[in-house]
Design a protein around this ligand. Structure first.
Ligand code: GLV
Ligand code: MN
Ligand code: MN
Length: 421
């Protein structure tokens, strides 16, 4: 294992790199980097500049994922993928996603040119948050072959489709099938900040994810009638926004009554959008999560019924459509146990955790064994500029990653695995 000073330097450098990448933004006043936006190109350039000198073969696949292959000792060896996403939410912090990519880079640097009995592919996924098109995981879906025509037709707020965004970035949507995992891919590992307070409350730097909660995302439209805000009496209105507001309150109250569930209306757009006009349209998103799929689906159905009832009573029309129905996903048992051993070797206690946040690992787990290591997130704040991570914890994560690579390299059980990809 490397000297303490070297590890501290690597951790400091990882944090500095996250802060540097945070400057590549669509928004001059904060960090926002959505799918294949111009700052994503700058981000790719920077990460490439760090990886290439390590002998990593770089490319951007047709779904906009940045991919770098660090070769194995032997050409026919299996491949371990280590990655996370490079896109962000609006007004984001510096670490969600990016930290996982720069830790993968730190691990390769720490190998100091040594090759392992497996290749390591570093992946910076193009899209995990679902900000630009409402649909998350576009990057990882390409690796597991889950991009279909409906997704390519999905449009952003400016009417630009996913297909067009890919072409505008200079990529060819016809080549998306080439982004799929090859049969040599045997594992996916992702380092990520916890995005919650659990590890901090336990006083533990690292955690191992045992499962990731399922997610439903939907779009709702309440349709009413525009009219004059000064002349239409209250009992003769069909106010789409007022109907939506009643439903938003119901969403919050209902989720509060179901243990372990969370439901969020995170986005609303009202038309025509003038102080003196009764709103005729309210477009909203709904995000529902639970680690038991039956409970999540029952909650979504009850919220749809509630929206129908409110619309009928207020003389509104209602439209809704699903954007995502992602099942809860357990992480791979073997990898979880290996990570626990690696965490113990760093002298940190081991804690298993269920992730409420979605991650590329939940998509990758559909095709290959996947696992995640969480880093403590001071203050439990994420999806906000206050997001932070401690240098000592990044140091532990890199140390844990190196122990993990050593363990996997020495495991005949792991090296004989055949990919299901
Ligand atoms: C991704 O950050 C999510 O919404 O869970
Ligand atoms: Mn993330
Ligand atoms: Mn996120």
């Amino acid at each position: 294992m490397q000297s303490l000073a070297k590890q501290t330097n690597r951790a400091q450098q990882a944090i500095a790199r996250c802060l540097e990448i945070a400057r590549f933004s669509e928004d001059a006043n904060g960090t926002c980097r959505t799918f294949l936006s111009a700052p994503m190109r700058d981000c790719h350039r920077e990460v490439t500049r760090w990886l290439e000198p390590l002998g990593v073969d770089m490319r951007v696949d047709a779904a906009g994922n940045l991919r770098g292959l660090y070769p194995a000792e032997h050409p026919a060896a299996p491949r371990v993928i280590i990655g996370s996403h490079l896109d962000t939410v609006p007004n984001a912090g510096a670490y969600d996603g990016v930290l996982g990519v720069v830790i993968a880079l730190s691990l390769l640097e720490a190998l100091e040119g040594r090759k392992l009995p497996f290749a390591i592919e570093v992946v910076g996924f193009s899209e995990e948050e679902g900000v630009r098109f409402g649909v998350p995981f576009i990057g990882s879906r390409a690796l597991v072959g889950r991009i279909d025509d409906a997704l390519l037709r999905q449009e952003d707020a400016n009417g630009i489709s996913v297909r067009r965004a890919i072409e505008d970035f200079g990529l060819n949507p016809q080549e998306i099938p080439l982004a799929r995992l090859d049969s040599d891919a045997v594992a996916y590992l992702e380092f990520h900040i916890e995005q919650g307070p659990v590890l901090e409350q336990l006083g533990q730097p690292l955690g191992v994810v045992e499962a990731i909660a399922g997610q439903s995302r939907l779009e709702f439209t309440f349709l009413g009638r525009a009219n004059h805000a000064g002349t239409a009496p209250m009992h003769l209105r069909h106010d789409a926004f007022a109907g939506a507001a009643e439903w938003i309150s119901a969403v919050e109250r209902t989720a509060q009554t179901i243990a372990g569930s969370v439901a969020t209306v995170g986005k609303i757009h009202v038309k025509p959008g003038a102080t003196n006009v009764i709103p005729s349209e309210a477009h909203l998103t709904l995000d529902v999560r639970h680690d038991e799929d039956d409970i999540r689906l029952a909650l979504v159905s009850s919220l749809i019924r509630r929206a129908e009832e409110i619309s009928a009573r207020r003389g509104l029309a209602l439209r809704h459509r699903p954007l995502l129905d992602q099942k809860a996903v357990p992480m791979n048992d073997f990898l979880v146990r290996e990570i626990e051993h690696a965490i113990k070797k760093t002298d940190c206690p081991v804690h298993r955790i269920v992730s409420g946040a979605g991650h590329d690992a939940m998509i990758m787990a559909g095709k290959i064994p996947a696992a995640m290591i969480f880093l403590r997130n001071p203050g439990g704040i994420s999806h906000d500029p206050a997001e932070s991570v401690a240098v000592e914890d990044v140091e532990k994560a890199i140390e844990c990653g190196l122990h993990l690579l050593e363990r996997l390299a020495a495991s005949s059980e792991f090296l004989k695995r055949k990919s299901l990809a």
